[in-house]
Write a protein that binds this ligand. Structure first.
Ligand SMILES: [Ca+2]
Ligand SMILES: [Ca+2]
Ligand SMILES: [Ca+2]
Length: 477
């Protein structure tokens, strides 16, 4: 039990700068010199030095930012953003700064690559058919469709700077089932190219499985992914028009991107980022270190060890109510399910601010009524103690003793409160065996509310009186 509590406390103090290497990094891209990597993590784009691995957040837009591609001249990062629900093309300066949106169509517009003059971005969109490639200037303009045939579903587009060929895939399998391994059949993708200057079409692979995701450096060297070697996605390249396998991974890689200078190929593997160096035939894992900005949260987590100031077991022995730091909790008798009660007062004569602040005043004592469904508790209101009842677990209306009044809002435990609740759960487990017999002797089985206090005297009722029981709780603020 001690170790559990220690672990719970430890969780509360995890520093905001992660020292552990993170997982679930995706869609990486490299700068032209292979020294900078941009990738997606926590729905945002991050930029890191390939050697040091220190990563800083580039975007913090609503929705997922993926498919970062760095322009060959190093000026821009194009990426796919989902700020408005569907995918659109955005650009941000490589050094960070103003983000500009380039496409606005309600269809999905996914960034594929840059043109080699760094003036245009290729993107795939299903705006006019089930998906084909368009080109849009970095300054923004109407996109131009590259493949006119309605049934051409072009994607994974990469331009060869030496020949002008546009490399692509066009199968359903590579478009919609890119992660499905070991497919073999008529819809298997192959590395193909079309040269708009000459009208020439070429097909470079014949493997009945997957050959896809071509990426090309400034010398026209074509790298791609194939599962021909061992059924897993491995890196290959075209050499004199022939395929050559480069890696022998037992787990698949995802879409690789080569730096323009050809020094490195970056890809996702096992939920982390790796580079392959063609010159040395060496694969390295990038040691990414995420650096987050520190936040000052509006809510804080507290250990409640030794700080349960009051408690009561229901007459039917099925539930327990307890107070810690002025907050009220109810759990089943085993302590397996704990709910924090947030009574909100909605009397008409309270100003809106008063209603809001009521939630933060401390609760001091709690008892179950004999119906096993109602809690009687006292709480300060504007600094003065008063008695209240609260239905549990039907949770509809809370009434001040003696006068039926407004509604009650009770929230389930929030994520931030979970460590508190878990700690409370652990405490209750240990204490339950001896708590129960004591409670039987102190239970106030017959408490009930008077019903003759007129509406007008409610304020008077809330003032302190000598008859209010002494409470032992600590204030919540
Ligand atoms: Ca985001
Ligand atoms: Ca769109
Ligand atoms: Ca194939």
């Amino acid at each position: 039990m001690k170790s559990l509590l220690f672990y719970l406390l430890l969780l509360s103090f995890v520093p905001s700068a992660l020292s552990l290497e993170p997982y679930f990094l995706s869609t990486p891209a490299l700068s032209s010199d292979g020294k900078t990597v941009v990738f997606s993590f926590e729905s945002d784009l991050w930029k890191a030095d390939v050697v040091s691995g220190t990563a800083t957040r580039l975007t913090a837009m609503q929705g997922y930012e993926t498919n970062a591609r760095i322009s060959p001249d190093g000026q821009w990062i194009a990426f796919t953003g989902r700020q408005f629900g569907n995918a659109d093309v955005f650009v941000i300066p490589m050094e960070g700064g103003e983000i500009r949106q380039l496409t606005w169509h309600a269809a999905n517009d996914d960034v594929e690559n840059w043109s080699w003059d760094s003036k245009s971005i290729y993107f795939t969109s299903n705006r006019l058919n089930s998906g084909t490639v368009y080109k849009i200037p970095v300054g923004g303009d109407n996109p131009v469709r590259l493949f006119e045939h309605y049934f051409n579903t072009i994607h994974n587009l990469a331009e060869n700077p030496k020949t002008g060929e546009l490399f692509f895939n066009d199968t359903w399998e590579s478009q919609s089932m890119a992660s499905r391994k070991r497919y073999k059949g008529d819809y298997n993708p192959d590395i193909q190219s079309y040269n708009p200057k000459t009208g020439e079409y070429k097909k470079y692979t014949e493997w009945i499985g997957k050959d896809m995701w071509a990426t090309i450096d400034q010398n026209g060297m074509v790298y791609f992914v194939s599962d021909e070697k061992n059924g897993e996605y491995n890196l290959g390249k075209l050499e004199n028009g022939k395929t050559k396998n480069l890696t022998n991974f037992k787990t698949s890689i995802k879409r690789p991107i080569v730096s323009a200078d050809g020094s490195k190929v970056v890809f996702e593997k096992d939920y982390q980022l790796f580079t392959y160096e063609p010159a040395t035939d060496k694969t390295s894992k990038l040691s990414i270190r995420i650096v987050r900005n520190s936040l000052l949260p509006k809510e804080q987590n507290f250990s409640i060890a030794g700080k349960i100031s009051d408690f009561d077991v229901s007459p039917d022995n099925k539930k327990i109510a307890f107070i810690s730091r002025g907050e009220l909790f109810v759990s089943d008798i085993e302590g397996k399910y704990i709910v924090q009660m947030h009574p909100v007062e909605t009397h008409n004569y309270a100003s809106p601010n008063e209603v809001q602040d009521k939630r933060f005043e401390r609760i001091m004592s709690v008892k179950w009524l004999s119906d096993n469904k109602t809690l009687l508790y006292n709480q300060t209101w504007n600094g003065y103690l008063s008695w209240f009842t609260l239905p549990v677990p039907a949770w509809p209306n809370r009434t001040r003793c003696g006068a039926a009044t407004g509604s009650t809002s009770i929230s389930p435990p929030t994520a931030l409160n979970r460590p508190i609740l878990q700690a409370a759960e652990a405490l209750i487990f240990t204490g339950l065996r001896w708590i129960k017999p004591i409670l039987h002797s102190v239970r106030m089985n017959s408490i009930s509310c008077g019903k003759k206090i007129p509406q007008q005297s409610k304020r008077t009722l809330s003032h302190p009186s000598p008859s209010i029981p002494t409470a032992s709780g600590n204030g919540s603020n």
